[in-house]
Write a protein that binds this ligand. Sequence first.
Ligand code: E4P
Length: 218
Amino acid sequence: MKFFIDTANLDQIKEAQALGVLDGVTTNPSLMAKEGITGKANILKHYEAICDCVDGDVSAEVISTDFDGMIKEGEELAALNPQIVVKLPMIADGVKACKYFSDKGIRTNVTLVFSAGQALLAAKAGATYVSPFLGRLDDISTDGLNLIAEIRQIYDNYDFDTQILAASIRHTMHVINCAKIGSDVMTGPLSSIEGLLKHPLTDSGLAKFLEDAKSFDL
Ligand code: E4P
């Protein structure tokens, strides 16, 4: 399973990259706004800075909601760096734009997916990634993991190439359960990646090994 970090914060991206397990980055307008970046030129510059911090894919989301606007924005984003994946909302014009970009060989991530039907449409339109929002479904007492499992089954039934990018990950159990289901990618905060490291028996075991090693008199 690929690990993406879901942030526009350069320090956090660098930290995850330094761990050696990072495969990419996803951003969205809320995450970009959180970093206080304003103005088109600065936003484009920030995407370039993110690409410089990581070896893998970087999802950059369009703001337009009409087909022509999405194409213009998406082409501009894709031209920044070959690492850029154009992120499109799951609306009718987003699906049309996905097909357009897919036919042109520009990679896409269809976002804000909350049903198996939406994921099926994204795959039919040639999406590179589909982003079902696991945590936001859990937030409204709906089983987000069940959606990941449904999409896995549908994509396997027809050998779709679209990769399932489990998004809106909140914690380590989301990551582990997505891996068990067979999600291709997960995107989550740094804490969901670093949290996988932790086990009290690792800490106490290491403390004992180091205590016993004192007798080595090196
Ligand atoms: C996906 O690409 C989104 O950026 C993200 O995962 C949304 O997560 P949230 O529900 O924590 O905002």
